[in-house]
Design a protein around this ligand. Sequence first.
Ligand code: SAM
Length: 275
Amino acid sequence: MKEATQHNPIFQRTQDFGAAPTDVRETDHYQYEYVHDFVERWDDLIDWDGRAASEGSFFIDVLKRYGCQSVIDAATGTGFHSVQLLKAGFEVASIDGSPQMLAKAFENARQRGMILSTVHSDWRWLSRDVVGRYDAIICLGNSFTHIFNEHDRRRTLAEFYAMLKHEGILILDQRNYDALLDGKSAPNQTPGHKYYYCGANVTAEPEHVDEGLARFRYTFPGDEVFHLNMFPLRKAYVHDLMHQVGFQSVTTYGDFQSSYKESDPDFFIHVAEKS
Ligand code: SAM
């Protein structure tokens, strides 16, 4: 593991990818990417009001259609979806592997008059850290892409599966990496602002892409720059993995629509049914 990861991520304020950033391809590295200063900027990137307007009631409608009441927000981040779901009357467990993110989420919810039920846990050990079974798990905002090896992906999906009740659902989204890898997106594609990354004056652009790495650069006003190293998941591969761990059916939406041309959407949203 590279030098930066030898330090406790809680105390790091700035990112450090070392001398060869594109060599950093580790599942555990997310904790060193969501450093204090980036977490503080995250809400400028996602812009809660803009995101709420563009997502509409999509996730709430899906959860209601399946009769869900209890939900694990597996990638809570700064708490956007946990807060939306609490407001809509769902029972929510807010999980994240980054303590900085969870602290920010708790504070964001508190400012809106809500108390989040937070658990610091890595997905790979979710059933050790969280008790009970839930109607649904959401893993949103292109989070699953942080996992860099297949064993960890399988393990995560198996943990999600195990935490669901009999007819539970997993809702997991991802960028349309197929379009990016196959060069079908616009040059210097910025699958930004339309749906997920809504903040004005913030850019999110791929800096390096190969079959094993998508390194994104996030630029904020004042030329403050952060990066995320992610694994470019192909859609068919994610479907296969979901089926292999036991999910019976997987429906994929493109930018919230059920019909779309494969190369068009910025994001895919998978809804996987346990049975
Ligand atoms: N869902 C939020 C949103 O849409 O704004 C946050 C998305 S952010 C791209 C990814 C989140 O997943 C981060 O908060 C990160 O800490 C969390 N994460 C990444 N890998 C994880 C893992 N293995 N276990 C638990 N959380 C993880």
